[in-house]
Write a protein that binds this ligand. Structure first.
Ligand code: OAD
Length: 245
C-alpha cells in the first residue's frame, strides 16, 4: 500500500493539473452522515419524499425535518484531514480545482479556494416569496423557518428535480475535461451529472485515482481502499517527501 501512495504522489507531483471530485464520504470523518452507505440518510428517508422540489413546494416541513438529522447547525462541523490535505495541495500548485457534490462548505472552510459546489451550499437560505437572503438558520425540528415577510425559506441547495447551478456545472465539465489527474474521493458515483465526470476525465486522457473504502468507479487507474482522511494525509506526506528531495 505504501508503494501505491508513493506512486500516486509521484504522479500528482509530475502531472500537477489535478482536479478532485468529492462526495459525502469525504465529510464522513467530520461527523456528517453519507446518503447511501450502510446507515446513510437515504436508508432512513426516501429522497423522493424528503428531498425533491415538488414535495418541498407542497410541504417544506418534510425537508426541514431531515435537515435536523443531517446538519442541524452548519457551524458545528469542522473540516477533517482530507479537506485540509486538498487545500494544502492547492497551495502547492498540485490540485487546481475541487468539484464537490457536498453542501456542507467544508472545503472552503479548510482553505480550498477553487471550489465548484455542484449541489449548492447549505450556508445560504432564501425566501421563496420575496427572495430575501439569510444565513442558514438552526433547524427547529420540522418547523420550516419563516422569512420576515412570512414566506417559506429554502436552502440554496439543489433538491431532486431542480437544475444545478450553471457556473458550477460549466466549471465542472471544463475542469474534468482538461485535468491530467482526477482524485475521486468518497462518492458512490450514482447521481448525475457528477457521476459522469470521472469517465469524462478518463476519456480525455487523465489518470483517475479513487479514494474510497468501497470501490465505486471500476475504471479507476489507481484505487486507494481506505478512509479519505487516512489516504489524503498519506498522499500529502509522500508529496512533501518528493518535493523535499
Ligand atoms: P453517497 O452517500 O452516495 O456515497 C458516499 C460514498 O462515500 C460511498 O461510496 C462510501 O463508500 C464512501 N465513504 C464512506 N465513508 C468514507 C470515508 N471515510 N472516506 C472515503 N469514502 C467514504 O454520497 P454521494 O456520492 O456524495 O445529492 O451522493 C451524491 C448525491 O446524492 C449527494 O450530493 C446528494 C445525494 O442525494 C442531492 O441531495 C442532490
Amino acid at each position: 500500500m505504501e508503494e501505491l501512495y508513493r506512486t500516486v504522489a509521484q504522479l500528482l507531483v509530475s502531472d500537477k493539473q489535478c482536479v478532485a471530485l468529492t462526495g459525502a464520504g469525504i465529510s464522513a470523518e467530520s461527523g456528517i452522515p453519507t446518503f447511501r452507505s450502510k446507515g446513510g440518510l437515504w436508508e432512513k428517508y426516501d429522497p423522493v419524499v424528503y428531498a425533491s422540489i415538488e414535495v418541498f413546494n407542497q410541504d417544506p416541513s418534510k425537508y426541514w425535518t431531515i435537515r435536523g438529522d443531517f446538519i442541524r447547525n452548519y457551524d458545528n462541523y469542522e473540516p477533517n484531514a482530507a479537506h485540509y490535505a486538498l487545500a494544502e495541495l492547492e497551495k502547492m500548485g498540485i490540485v487546481r480545482h475541487v468539484i464537490t457534490q457536498n453542501i456542507d462548505g467544508l472545503h472552503k472552510k479548510a482553505g480550498s479556494r477553487k471550489v465548484a459546489e455542484l449541489h449548492g451550499s447549505l450556508r445560504e437560505t432564501y425566501c421563496l416569496s420575496c427572495g430575501k437572503e439569510y444565513l442558514a438558520p438552526n433547524v427547529p425540528d420540522g418547523t420550516p423557518p419563516a422569512c420576515d415577510c412570512g414566506g417559506v425559506l429554502k436552502p440554496n441547495t439543489v433538491l431532486f428535480g431542480e437544475q444545478l447551478p450553471r457556473d458550477a456545472l460549466e466549471t465542472a465539465y471544463q475542469e474534468s475535461s482538461t485535468c491530467k489527474t482526477m482524485l475521486v474521493i468518497g462518492t458512490s458515483a450514482v447521481v448525475q451529472p457528477a457521476a459522469s465526470l470521472p469517465s469524462l476525465a478518463k476519456q480525455k486522457g487523465a489518470a483517475v485515482i479513487e479514494v474510497n473504502p468501497q470501490k465505486s468507479f471500476p475504471a479507476a487507474d489507481y484505487y486507494l481502499e481506505e478512509k479519505a482522511g487516512i489516504v489524503m494525509s498519506m498522499i500529502l506526506n509522500e508529496v512533501k517527501k518528493i518535493q523535499d528531495t
